[in-house]
Ligand binder design. Sequence first.
Ligand code: GTP
Ligand code: MG
Length: 362
Amino acid sequence: MQKNQNISLDIGVTGENGSGKSTFINAFRGLNDGDDGAACTGCKETTETADPYLHPRDPNVTFWDFPGIGSDENRAAGYTKKVNLDKCDFFIIISANRFTENDVRLAKEIKKMKKKFYFVRSKIDSDLYNEKKKLKTSFNREETLTAIRNICIEGLQDAGFESPQVFLVSSFNIQEYDFPLLQETLERELPEHKRNALLMTTPITSLEIIVKKKNAFKSQIKYCAAASAAGAAVPVPGLSTAVDVGILIAAVTQYVHGFGLDTPTMKRLAVRTGVSYDDLHGVIVSPLAAAEITTELILKVLATLSGTAFLMAAEEGSRFIPFIGIPVAAALSSFTTSRVLNYILNMLAEDAQRVFTKAFSQ
Ligand SMILES: Nc1nc2c(ncn2[C@@H]2O[C@H](COP(=O)(O)OP(=O)(O)OP(=O)(O)O)[C@@H](O)[C@H]2O)c(=O)[nH]1
Ligand SMILES: [Mg+2]
């Protein structure tokens, strides 16, 4: 039905021990430490191969937690084969300090494979905290950030990278610093067919991301509408409606998940931000957010859309007119589906904006 379904996206995350790989992978998936499926953080790295972490809402999106390449030449030589770097679409190389020789060696291996990599300087919150403690009244946030960035960039230039870009990130506050810029860059540089998989699952760190997600979902509506039209063209009483509702359920569930409006994601957001779940839930208007998307619920929402109800009735009637009836029904069904989905998408996007604002404006 939807063009992006079953397109896999594999993101490799690597860096020295303790650099913050697991915490980053959890943050990108909207998980807090200790949540079901969260990567273990602060624990000693033992793995010699890559551990896969699926996105909780989309099993097609996998984060690979790679062990660092290490300084042992022998180990490094067989590293790329052993951990099978080839399976990843792109790589994030994380360092909690300036990038090391090992990071650089790995970046060069990735480059040989003609894949993209992004340097992430982690734990920025903790650098700012320490600098503030140290410098007290002369502390300047922007100057500190620029200094950290420049140290990383100069190190990478010395290692042979011409104009490296370094993203400053705190996995504890992904809506701050360069995480949103990293999201935007990844999205821009991914091939088009992979872009939607990223966009659907990327965490909401700004109001702009919500708009981008909405536009991505909007671009898929025509496929739902076409599938719906095919359903309506089957002249079996009752079948068209059942098919249509199935398509609506699948699409609306994707919107709810993509906007982070499902109950588990909202609960995790509450834990992360300290804004209570009830307060976040309180700003929601759509009956489809923070609810299980069932046939009954979809039909209830449809019943409140009087224009749509009229179209559905017209569609039911038209199907039984021989010869001309089938194409008319198909056109109406496609029109109805796309109208309904646009309406619901707008409603959910507005809820996502309200929840984001509530979560981060305090
Ligand atoms: N302040 C701060 N601490 C962080 C951040 N990211 C990770 N940490 C902490 O750094 C420590 C190591 O983080 P992990 O995510 O386990 O690092 P890792 O790279 O997966 O470590 P290994 O798997 O052992 O290689 C943990 O105590 C984290 O809580 C961050 O953005 N800010
Ligand atoms: Mg780890």
